[in-house]
Design a protein around this ligand. Structure first.
Ligand code: PMP
Length: 407
């Protein structure tokens, strides 16, 4: 059904080749975290075997090697996002910390009573709660942009919400709960027209296509390494240079300072100003290897394969009695959220797992949109380029079997 050589790709991912509950694993929880190719695992292990050292401060060979590899990884991320300079790439612990950093630091310097922050109603909690903190700390207000029954941002409503009091618009590039691809180019243009800044949560986008932050002209773009075939514990914050320069430090400690005295402390240059303490060196090197892996892949063919998997799965879903799709936006990543009539999503998830099929169930950290739809959550199957059509068949066979237990 597609010319993409999935079997060759699958050979790179050791974790996929195992049995779960007596069945070959079908891993369809890629929106929660992606699996890691051998190349990433090897890069991390090689680093600990041969180069492990602290970065930037050692006067010895290992420290030099660690620093060179660590900064080369930053450069790879900059190229991956087409950022103007590597110093605009800040390492964090993940998407969550990247957003907390911007909400706390940019928020402190820029928000005041009467200012408005807009987020979409389908955001992940990580793109809601930090803004609630910022609003509470500064007297600004946080308002949701309406989302329709298909899971699309209501762009007319968004347009009508914009005025000169809107200082920040923070939206997901892609919804983790439903896979909706948001029209962020339009959102960025409209927000900039009233002088607002825009943060894009790219956690669910970067694994599917190449992102160009200069073309998008977003002010901030954030993502997590673990959703991009890299390790957990590492995230990225891209920001425009003037904005990052004007923002106060987020955390204090080593690395982020220039000079420290009890009379006062001065801060380091970008990106180190925002990188207090010893960073996740191995994680950064692992992410660099993940980016190398993706660069060697035909990403357009990979995305086409994912879309073909989604189309095949949704066609089967529509032919499945008692199954309702949640999130039917016209532009989606390879995420299929659904409900089985009369069954709680968590029970469906358990019955699928018993058959070796791994999905995610629950509200997907997007409780407001689940509340709007008046559902407790969904069952979410999310496909990556290493998934196969046979695995989609396994999913639907497992759903049919689960139904016999549930209804
Ligand atoms: N935003 C979105 C859209 C996500 O999908 C996720 C992860 N589920 C996050 C933010 C949070 O990412 P992390 O837990 O890696 O910080």
């Amino acid at each position: 059904k597609s010319g993409f050589d999935v079997e060759r790709i699958r050979a790179d991912f050791p974790i996929l080749h195992q049995q779960v509950n007596g069945q070959p694993l079908v891993y369809l929880d890629n929106a929660a975290t992606t699996q890691k190719p051998e190349q990433v695992i090897a890069a991390i292990s090689d680093y600990y075997r041969t180069d492990n050292s602290n970065v930037h401060r050692g006067a010895h060979a290992l420290a030099d090697r660690a620093t060179v590899k660590f900064e080369a990884a930053r450069e790879k991320v900059a190229q991956f996002l087409n950022a103007p300079a590597a110093k605009q790439i800040i390492w964090t612990r993940g998407t969550t910390e990247s957003i907390n950093l911007v909400a706390a630091s940019w928020g402190k310097a820029n928000l005041k009573p009467g200012d408005r922050i807009l987020v979409s109603a389908m955001e992940h909690h990580a793109n809601i709660v930090p803004w609630q903190f910022a609003a509470q700390a500064t007297g600004a207000t946080l308002e949701p942009i309406p989302v329709d029954a298909h899971g699309n941002i209501n762009m007319l409503a968004f347009d009508s919400m914009l005025d000169s009091h809107v200082k920040m618009v923070a939206v997901g590039h892609v919804s983790n709960a439903m896979g909706t691809i948001n029209p962020i180019e339009k959102i960025i243009t409209l927000a900039h027209a009233v002088g607002a800044r825009v943060l894009i949560d790219g956690a669910q986008a970067v694994s599917h296509w190449a992102v160009d932050v200069q073309k998008l002209n977003c002010d901030f773009y954030v993502f997590s390494a673990h959703k991009l075939f890299g390790p957990t514990g590492l995230g990225v914050l891209y920001g425009k240079e003037d904005l990052l320069n004007s923002m106060p430090p987020y955390q204090g400690g080593g690395e982020m300072i220039e000079t420290v005295s009890f009379a006062g402390t001065t801060f380091n240059q970008l990106p180190y100003k925002f990188e207090a303490g010893t960073p996740d060196i191995a994680g950064a090197i692992g992410l660099g290897a993940a980016i190398d892996y993706l660069n060697a892949l035909d990403r357009v063919a990979a995305a086409e394969h994912e879309q073909a998997l989604l189309a095949y799965a949704e066609e089967k879903a529509r032919a499945t009695s008692g199954l309702t799709l949640v999130g039917t936006a016209p532009h989606k990543t390879s995420v299929m959220s659904f409900l089985i009539d009369g069954a709680h999503p968590a029970d469906v998830g358990v019955l699928l797992d018993k058959q070796g099929v791994a999905v995610r169930t629950g509200n997907h950290c997007a409780q407001p949109i689940m509340d709007q739809f008046a559902i407790p959550g969904t069952v979410r199957a999310s496909f990556s380029f290493y998934n196969t059509f046979a695995e989609v068949d396994r999913l639907f066979a497992a759903i049919e079997k689960a139904k016999t237990f549930l209804v």
